[in-house]
Write a protein that binds this ligand. Structure first.
Ligand code: HEM
Length: 408
């Protein structure tokens, strides 16, 4: 699809400034956009419509005129896809449409309902306390990303799925490759293949044992696989999706949130002394302000559709840029400012429409519990590095800090 005109378009994804992780799109990049729905160039050679206003992003993501199926020719890809293997995509319902998507998503809805997440909150609390003990034992100073932000969501998702945490280094390393936009397609394929083989072995053990276990994978084996509703290959793909979607996202939110809070002592104190309701409000504003899925949500129009006054034709690619939609002054007062008192619940950090994040009640609970307990256990926490020099994961689909040295 590349042509001379495409070459002149701004290159997407935009990069946050090296020294400022809180600016998802710089003023210079914003100025280069020719309107709220405009074309940008992709690193894979094509282009995509970039949809940036809150109302337009909602309209796009709830419209059935768009497909999320990345195997369609012309789908807006950020990297060359790995060579297809027959098992590659099975069960990965985040990139499926219609009934195929709904059938698999529905099997998980109950697992992530607020009342069920409430039930595992005591476990999340124990995991957070254990990670705090490890942090205290490691420092001061210590790297908050490695000792706290990554292990907490990783332990929680492993517990929920019934995956042994002792294998976390194996899947953390591979899921980072799968999220890396700059990774070699063959490395991505190998990472997916080895994760599938690992999860396949685990599921097979559950399937052949008399008692598959009272965890998410065990329940799906008993209730869906044994009844013939779900194939093993599909379950492996669902487990892979949850494992990847469930840890780096929340981990990156924890790391960036702590960096922001340590630079705002009054908000840090409010978190320490306030109740759950205040922490919940703060978490919503952190989700809005940080919007870690900065590469946007890719789709392809399957029929002609008007978005924000632009005609997007059948077959054309489009990307919903959540980070700018969450900074839309029509919806949020002083949208580029961070306001811990703001009622930010209209934010789109979890997406919108049929693919809206299924894990959001879990992510919210993890963030509230992790951040409040950290503030209470280590009220004197401070940065042990120049905030402008911190290494970032800026080639990942999910933006975050690679390290956060802290002291207390
Ligand atoms: C703060 C943390 C998180 C953020 C910011 C986040 C963000 C998102 C976004 C933006 C989407 C929409 C993708 C699209 O429409 O193409 C999504 C979907 C999804 N998320 Fe999350 N997520 C987070 C945590 C989690 C957790 C903890 C889990 C699971 C344990 C999870 C599981 C999923 C799944 C399975 C989908 C696909 C839903 C579907 O296609 O129906 N996420 N997430």
């Amino acid at each position: 699809m590349a042509d001379v005109l495409t070459d002149r378009l701004p290159l997407f994804p935009f990069r946050s400034p090296d020294d400022d992780p809180f600016t998802p799109v710089t003023a210079a990049d914003r100025r280069r956009l020719d309107g709220p729905v405009t074309r940008v160039r992709l690193p894979t050679g094509g282009w995509t419509w970039l949809v940036t206003r809150h109302a337009d992003v909602k309209q796009m993501l709830r419209s059935d005129a768009f497909s999320a199926d990345m195997t369609r020719p012309g789908f807006p890809l950020l990297r060359t896809p790995p060579p297809a293997t027959p098992q590659n995509r099975r069960g990965g319902f985040i990139r499926m449409d219609g009934e195929e998507h709904l059938r698999l998503r529905r099997m998980l809805t109950a697992e992530f309902m607020i009342k069920n997440v409430r039930r595992i909150e005591p476990h999340i609390g124990d995991v957070v306390d254990g990670a705090l003990d490890a942090l205290v034992a490691a420092g001061p100073p210590a790297d908050l990303v490695a000792t706290f932000a990554l292990p907490v969501p990783s332990l929680v998702i492993c517990h929920l799925l019934g995956v042994p945490y002792s294998d976390h280094a194996f899947f953390q390393q591979r899921s980072a490759i799968m999220l890396d936009q700059s990774a070699d397609p063959l490395a991505v394929r190998d990472a997916a293949t080895s994760l599938r083989a690992y999860l396949g072995g685990l599921i097979e053990t559950k399937r052949t044992s008399g008692n598959p276990g009272d965890d998410l994978l065990g329940r799906l084996v008993s209730d869906r696989v044994r009844t013939g509703e779900l194939e093993i290959g599909e379950l492996i793909g669902m487990a892979l999706l949850l494992l990847i979607a469930g840890h780096e996202t929340t981990a990156n939110m924890i790391g960036l949130s702590v960096l922001l809070l340590l630079q705002r002592p009054a908000v840090w104190q409010r978190l320490r002394d306030g109740g759950d309701a205040e922490a919940d409000t703060l978490v919503e504003e952190l989700l809005r302000y940080l919007t870690i899925v900065r590469t946007g949500l890719p789709r392809q129009a399957i029929r002609d559709v008007q978005i924000g006054g632009r005609l997007i034709r059948a077959g054309e690619p489009a990307t919903a840029l959540l980070s700018l939609a969450n900074r839309d002054d029509d919806v949020f007062d002083d949208a580029d400012g961070f306001d811990p008192y703001r009622q930010a619940h209209q934010h789109l950090a979890f997406g919108f429409g049929v693919h809206q994040c299924i894990g959001q009640p879990l992510a919210r609970a993890e963030l509230r519990i992790a951040l409040t307990r950290l503030a209470r256990r280590l009220p004197g926490l401070s940065l042990a590095a120049d905030p402008a020099q911190l290494p970032k994961r800026d080639m990942s689909i999910v933006y975050g800090l690679a390290e956060l040295p802290v002291t207390w």
